[in-house]
Design a protein. Structure first.
Length: 228
């Protein structure tokens, strides 16, 4: 992802002033000219909190595409607002997926009163992906739970009773990301799906979000950037 982000940023006329791959890379940050800089983080769940904190210390806006660190998100958002910093996070930066999010939310609102349908999510990613289920699948489930009163929680096991929403996660090959939401009844099935063909869509969305974020303060999500 870092290489994809860098390639697209250069293509759009931006300059890369730093890359942080190792702990020692941060030592040079204090001596850099960071005026107008925005950080884009596609790192690891174990390091993203520290990365954001360091950027906040230098008043650098941050765009975060790393997933699997939701337990720290609320604290980071509170710090961002309290210290008048700038942060945008997303479980998926693909423009197509964010449109899919909007479709998912609308479909779930239509299905709220259709109790003959049960809903499930299936996601497939490459074998190198650390978090399971994907952040995108969790976002899809949260959107559904917000709209369908009979659903209260997601589970990675088979949903044994109505309040549960089942997420099936598959890790195989080099799949960039497939997500499918299915509503199933005794008489028919409704399915919506999104498949990423490569990493370029994620990288482009992240760079565009960074461009939009540069003169702003506060916490944002992709729906703010896209006006969805």
């Amino acid at each position: 992802m870092g290489r994809e982000v860098e390639a697209i940023a250069r293509k759009r006329g931006h300059r890369i002033i730093a890359r942080f791959d190792r702990e020692s890379d941060w030592d040079a940050l204090g001596s850099m000219d960071i005026d107008g800089a925005v950080a884009i983080d596609f790192s690891q769940p174990s390091t993203v909190y520290k990365n954001i904190t360091r950027c906040f210390q230098h008043h650098i806006p941050v765009v975060v595409g790393t997933t699997g660190w939701n337990d720290s998100l609320r604290e980071v958002i509170e710090t961002c607002k309290k210290e008048n910093q700038t942060l945008l996070t997303a479980s998926n930066f693909s423009i197509g997926m964010n449109i899919f999010f909007a479709v998912n939310t609308y479909l779930a609102s239509l299905m709220n009163d259709q109790e003959s349908y049960d809903v499930s999510i299936e996601e497939t990613h490459h074998v190198h992906k650390l978090d399971k289920p994907s952040g995108t699948a969790i976002s899809l489930s949260q959107q559904i739970i917000e709209q369908i009163r009979r659903k209260k929680e997601w589970t990675m096991d088979e949903a044994l009773h109505d309040p549960q929403l089942s997420i099936q996660s598959v890790r195989e090959g080099e799949v960039f990301g497939d997500h499918q939401v299915t509503y199933d009844s005794d008489v028919d099935r409704i399915t919506i799906s999104h498949s990423a063909k490569n990493r370029k869509g994620f990288a482009l969305g992240a760079v565009m979000a960074a461009e939009w974020l540069q003169d702003k303060k506060g916490y944002y999500e992709m729906r703010d950037f896209l006006g969805l």
